[in-house]
Design a protein around this ligand. Structure first.
Ligand code: GLU
Length: 466
């Protein structure tokens, strides 16, 4: 049974990189009909914040990544980690270190100055068992790292990776304030939770040999590892706040659809031939770790927008209308007529890349005091177009239906009368009704707005022309 986990530290919001790690773990477990666990690694009390926990849970739920187990919180499990630290101590696989922070800092500086790696010099590693000189002093517990030999693991993305033990430090597993450290808690949790596969960013590669040695010391089987290359911005720098929203939920607020974001994230490092569009079921069916690339992927906002546009156009209009509502509400437009709303969505979604863009582009459907583009007004609401509007209004008032078939002859009649192209008749009407030169087809706009609104807007436009 495959069991994966996403184990974020709540020291920041859930960003694109974290969400992709969560997704890969999720897809891998679902592909193998396994279990996906969520674990919040909150042992760093100073930096962990409840607001980040909420952002992480909210972001995952919005994206559609549901966990089967958890969330577990490491701060509820501290006794377990202490117990394990003392177990290693008792077995002679860890030791108490009494070196003060100041002393360590001095040694570190000296090592750096001499061009060496600032490793702990193992002063306390072999203190005699009957040593009493340090009694009563605060201590940390350090892991007794093997002094020679190698640690190797077969990474599911990168192949075999080998480290020499002497490159690794005697790392602290329990601090002097009795709090455990990341490399230790992660091993105990992954072992006790039965995690079989760990998919995480390749910034963790250096931690893996340390963790494997702890698995061995505790006599727990180590899981398989898959280290995913990091995500870069277009400028090749590691993805940061500069490259876009900090929290995944900001993409929601900007009007992106979770289907599009999930699809985008799945393709950020993983490929299945040259297929770009995947439903969640398809991702689960096709996802596998060997198809994750070895080089960093580049975050491309244009591609995300393109995918969002695709889902805007292809998801059921009713569904888009439902998700469109909060964006209208945000603009102060509430409780629009449902049938009308769906009709607006069906017309507007061809053009809008996001729900937010669609809301901004649709204001005139809901409000009579919609903004009017000055350039459009100057160009199309002129003394030359005034008679066209007057004639159109007269003909329009006489229409008994707003079907396209009923409206068409009216426009055709005007093109003949003014010896003009349809666009020259339609644009003044469009600017009068929508305040701009771009909108869905004019017959649709008129049908959606209805007789009364169209009449009023045309009259207002006519009156505004000197
Ligand atoms: N809490 C760690 C982090 O957020 C988890 C790393 C891991 O997946 O082992 O980076």
């Amino acid at each position: 049974m495959v069991k994966t986990r996403f184990a974020p530290s709540p020291t920041g919001n859930l960003h694109i990189g974290g969400a992709r790690t969560a997704l890969f773990n999720y897809l891998y477990s679902k592909h193998h009909k396994g279990i996906f666990v969520l674990r919040i690694e909150d042992t760093d009390v100073e930096r962990s914040k409840q607001e980040y926990v909420e952002d992480i849970l909210g972001g995952l739920s919005w994206l559609g990544i549901n966990w089967d187990e958890g969330p577990y919180y490491q701060k509820d499990r501290v006794d377990l980690y202490r117990e394990h630290a003392f177990r290693l101590l008792g077995a002679g696989l860890a030791y108490k270190c009494y070196c003060s922070t100041e002393m360590l800092e001095e040694k570190r500086k000296k090592a750096l100055k001499e061009g060496g790696k600032p490793h702990y010099d193992r002063t306390c590693r072999d203190l005699p068992a009957d040593d009493v000189s340090n009694e009563g002093k605060p201590f940390v517990i350090r892991f007794k790292n093997p002094l020679s030999g190698e640690v190797s693991f077969d990474d599911l993305i990168r192949g075999t990776i080998t480290f020499r033990c002497e490159e690794l430090d005697d790392l602290i597993i329990l601090r002097s304030d009795n709090t455990p450290t990341y490399n230790f808690t992660v091993v105990i949790d992954d072992a006790l939770m039965g995690i079989t596969h760990i998919v995480r960013g390749d910034d963790h590669i250096n931690n893996t040999p340390r963790q494997i040695l702890i698995y061995e010391a505790l006599n727990y089987p180590a899981p398989r590892f898959a280290h995913v290359p990091l995500i870069h911005g277009k400028d090749k720098a590691r993805l940061s706040k500069r490259h876009g929203a900090t929290s995944l939920l900001e993409y929601r607020n900007e009007g992106f659809l979770p289907e599009a974001l999930m699809n985008y994230l799945a393709r950020l490092g993983w490929a299945h031939g040259d297929q770009e569009i995947f439903s969640q079921e398809e991702m689960i069916e096709k996802f596998d770790l060997p198809n994750v690339g070895k080089s960093p992927s580049v975050f491309d906002m244009d591609k995300l927008s393109w995918l969002n546009g695709h889902y805007m156009k292809t998801l059921p209009a009713q569904d888009i209308a439902e998700r469109f509502l909060p964006f209208l509400e945000h603009m102060g437009i509430s409780a629009p007529d449902r049938a009308q709303l769906v009709r607006i969505v069906m017309n507007q979604r061809e053009r809008a890349k996001t729900l937010k863009e669609m809301a901004q582009a649709s204001e005139y459907f809901f409000r009579d005091d919609f903004p009017v583009d000055e350039t459009a007004r100057t160009k199309f609401l002129t003394s030359a177009t005034k008679p066209i509007l007057v004639d159109f209004l007269e003909g329009f008032n006489a229409l008994s239906s707003l079907d396209e078939e009923a409206q068409k002859p009216l426009i055709e009649g005007l093109t003949q009368k003014y010896n003009a192209k349809p666009v020259n008749i339609i644009q003044p009407i469009r600017v009068a009704l929508c305040g701009k030169t771009v909108s869905p087809g004019i017959f649709e706009v008129i049908a959606i707005l209805g007789k009364e609104k169209v009449g009023k807007r045309l009259t207002k436009a006519i009156e505004s022309i000197q």
